[in-house]
Design a protein around this ligand. Structure first.
Ligand code: OSB
Ligand code: MG
Length: 369
């Protein structure tokens, strides 16, 4: 099948409140939205890049150039027999995986619609609802943190992740643990520590955490393997796992006990499923991370999380945790058991609100043969 037309746009959708990690602050979703056209159907995908190169190397500005000048023209000329072909098509592109994922997701949606199959079914999903939690950014003080976490607990979230950094790690985690002794709790350092902090990080072992996410360098699997030997709590890798090969290296080295799979970070759903299968074979649980996506990217994450080895709750919160108004007319809402329901419509299942999407679009380009 040949794509007939590709529409790309970059959007800005402000968050209800800014999201702060150990190293940067996100005020809004700055993503690229891809729309593919073929055989009377269309497919949607979201490349959830950050505003700047703080999570990985990609940015709102560089992603736009990559998508417009390199990736969309490559996709337009290709003959695709299924969504899996997109990963192979882009294999010679170095890095820029989140940007690539925008087209890859859209291809899954397109083929799903043409075949009348939901994304979850295409991927081999095994559940109708997925366990989710909420990722809580760095707050100004512990009283504020307890208030923010309390709000999410009251809304029904049964798993909370705290962003940590030097000076904001042991005490905030202790305070949340003391207030909610049974809450599923985990922390994420977004690559801010070095191996010198091993003894300090081991203090987190006292709090019964599900995992400690990405304490060390974004591209460092080697030292995570050393650190894991000094912690009882499982290390979970996020930034360092950018491909199935990286996952294999981490598993073979014992660098982590858990993997956070973000399909966008690894270039899309084909690589994400490979990592899922590899971790499952190794007896390592996975969960689905998030990049503060709109309802378009979120729907793909929910479908992925319906696979059987996603046994830990995902960072896939309901739409109202992020936005006043989402870009879809069927936003996700939290079920009473801290789950989201997996879409069953053909493709990814996002019903895009085109008028609203247009109103938050900063730039739009059509690429045609
Ligand atoms: O490290 O998991 C992360 C958001 C943006 C970039 C990186 C991360 C995050 C989150 C939020 O933790 C997850 C979400 O709610 O989408
Ligand atoms: Mg993370």
């Amino acid at each position: 099948m040949r794509l007939e037309k590709i529409e790309i746009r970059r959007i800005t959708l402000p968050f209800l409140s800014p999201f702060e990690t150990s190293g940067w602050r996100e005020e809004a979703n700055h993503s690229l939205i891809v729309r593919l056209f073929a055989e009377g159907a269309e497919g949607w995908g979201e490349a959830p890049v950050g505003a700047g190169p703080w999570y990985n190397e990609e940015t709102y500005a560089t992603a736009w150039v990559m998508l417009r000048d390199i990736l969309a023209p490559m996709a337009l000329g290709a003959d695709l027999s299924g969504p899996e072909d997109v990963d192979a098509l882009f294999a010679r592109v170095r890095g820029n995986r989140i940007t690539r994922s925008g087209i890859e997701f859209a291809a899954w949606d397109l083929f799903g619609k043409l075949r009348g199959q939901s994304l979850s079914a295409m991927l081999g999903g095994t559940r109708a609802t997925v366990d989710v939690g909420v990722s809580v950014g760095v707050q100004q003080d512990i009283a504020t943190l307890l208030q923010v976490v309390g709000g999410y607990v009251a809304s029904g979230y049964r798993r909370v992740k705290l962003k940590i950094k030097p000076g904001w790690d042991i005490e905030p985690t202790r305070a949340v643990r003391e207030r909610w002794p049974d809450l599923k709790l985990q922390v994420d350092a977004n690559s801010i520590y070095t191996l010198d902090a091993a003894e300090h990080l081991a203090e987190l072992d006292a709090f019964g955490l599900l995992l400690i996410e990405q304490p060390l360098g974004h591209d460092d699997i080697f030292d995570h393997a050393k650190l894991q030997k000094r912690l009882r709590t499982p290390i979970c890798l996020d930034e360092s796992i950018v491909s199935p090969e990286h996952a294999r290296w981490a598993l073979e080295m014992g660098a982590c006990g858990v993997i956070n799979i973000k399909p966008s970070r690894v270039g899309g759903l084909t690589a994400a499923k490979q990592i899922h299968d590899m971790a499952q074979a190794a007896g390592v649980p996975v969960w689905c991370g998030g990049m503060l996506e709109t309802g378009i990217g979120r729907a793909a994450n929910v479908a992925l999380a319906s696979l059987s080895n996603f046994t830990l709750p995902g960072d896939i919160s309901a739409s109202d945790r992020y936005f006043r108004r989402d870009v879809v007319s069927n936003p996700f809402s939290l079920n009473a058991d801290s789950t989201l329901s997996v879409p069953t419509a053909p493709g990814v299942g996002a019903e895009v609100d085109l008028d609203y999407l247009d109103s938050i679009t900063a730039e739009l380009q059509i690429i045609e043969l």
